[in-house]
Design a protein around this ligand. Sequence first.
Ligand code: GLC
Length: 601
Amino acid sequence: MSNPPVPAPPSAAGTWWSDAVVYQIYPRSFADGDGDGMGDLRGVLDRLPYLEQLGVDAIWLSPFYKSPQADGGYDVADYRQVDPLFGSLADFDAMLQDAHRRGMKVIVDLVPNHTSDEHAWFQAALAAAPGSPERGRYIFREGRDEAPGSGDGNRPPNNWKSVFGGPAWTRVSEQDGSPGQWYLHLFDTKQPDLNWENAEVQEEMRAVLRFWLDRGADGFRVDVAHGLVKEAGLPDWEGVAAMVEGTSRPRTDSHLPGEAPGAHTDAEEPHRSVSPMYPPSPFFDQDGVHDIYRDWRRVLDEYGGDRMMVAEAWVEPAERLARYVRPDEMQQAFNFDFLLAGWDAERMAEAIEASLAAAESVGAPCTWVLSNHDTVRHATRFGLKDPTTFPKGIAEFDEQPDAALGLARARAATLVALALPGSAYLYQGEELGLPEHTTLPAEARQDPTFFRTRGAEIGRDGCRVPLPWEENQPGFGFSATHGGAAARPWLPQPESFGPLAADQQDGEEGSTLELYRAALRFRSVRRLGQGTVEWTDEHAPDSGLLAFRNGDVLVVANMGFASAPVPEGFKVVLSSGPEPAEDWAGMQEVPVDSTVYLQRG
Ligand code: GLC
């Protein structure tokens, strides 16, 4: 690096999040401190020095609460307990304290749209009668009749489908064993939706916020923030529930464990390639959700003003997303348009432009994200023939990515993201250039999506594989052994993870890990997160060139088919390509599938 690391001046008081680099930890798969093959909070604590050295400002932990783990913990049975799989509240406190000591903030995941069916409230609702206050916390309804007037209630109350495939309603048995009411679950059967018109639900979630704020949490990532409020009357809807635009398609060759390929010709129709807004759906992005976030904002503000919320809201267009980050609502929302833009200069420039404009219209900072625990890792997406496609999981019978191309473009896209003003979210393992596991055996799969679509959707397990820390250890060092034998990681790791293990990249010039460290240092020293985007003369999306200036740094990403000249009077100070650092200053060209940072000189 040509720029020695000097500490950046602190952000304005109370707005640390506005330019923060936040590292997402999926606790099951980050690091296993107790040696049972499942990641945990002790593992996070042990690896905090690694994150400090990486240079991130904050960590966001996906759910670690008490949960039967029907959806990787996004099915919460107790919002105030740590699941024994991950440790204890004391482990959380110790981890948070050490993160704070190292100057890192801690964001926890809040799952307010639904609980687990094993939550005490839902169990009480099952035991109570229709119309009871216990049922009133969820969305229970009578079924529709098979034949008009029959009174059998055999059909679900409306035609909504679950985001994970299959119907969004499940019928319960009443206490006397008779077929009873139906309850709504936009996700898995084991994730009943809460009724957000219910005052007790509202009060409980405020109390949950306070519980974690009192423990020192710096903020919340709000799960399915666009889903809490449903249109009155729960009208039928002809669209299909989807969290993202996708290219999922019916698979004739998919099958569940133990079944022959093609065993299911009656597979549930997987959700098609639609966005949740077309046509507007009666369960996503209802105006009423904003009252909830205004209410929560008042709770956060009681804590001195620097606690934050970031919305997971799959809504379009950017102006709708901006409504979640109005001055009296959340501070941030994930910008999925950027993630979906693919390796396409025109689409990426449009996404950047639209996101910046929308955020600016409400005075909020932008966020930039390329991977998370729900999407195919970007090192793999960018290696597909059409990187703008958005598969929901990849199996061995699907198109396999070009790994080298994917990695080159992923590194380049990351340098674009990290040079943009606002806040950047990294997903664990992307700093190692990890690919998706694209050949996981069906037997290993755990994502409910896979089962609810009878394999038509492969699901998200491929991006949730335990991280490789040391190439020459069993399980690539994922589990601490404490002198005993190493447990097998909860999902099998592909062979390709070995050479990508953290210990192989640490200190290795040109490695992805060192590239991330250098880019984060550069971003911090140059305060790129607080800068602006100014498109320059070199910007030519038609020919695949994305070029902008942020302060005195010129960023050029080459998504075209031919090298581009380094502009007169500039020299390369950081490159995503394989060139050694000592060659950067002499570079005359920006190779295809790479991004460079330039400065005058
Ligand atoms: C969010 C989470 C995802 C989860 C779903 C239901 O989209 O990111 O992992 O399955 O909500 O809670």
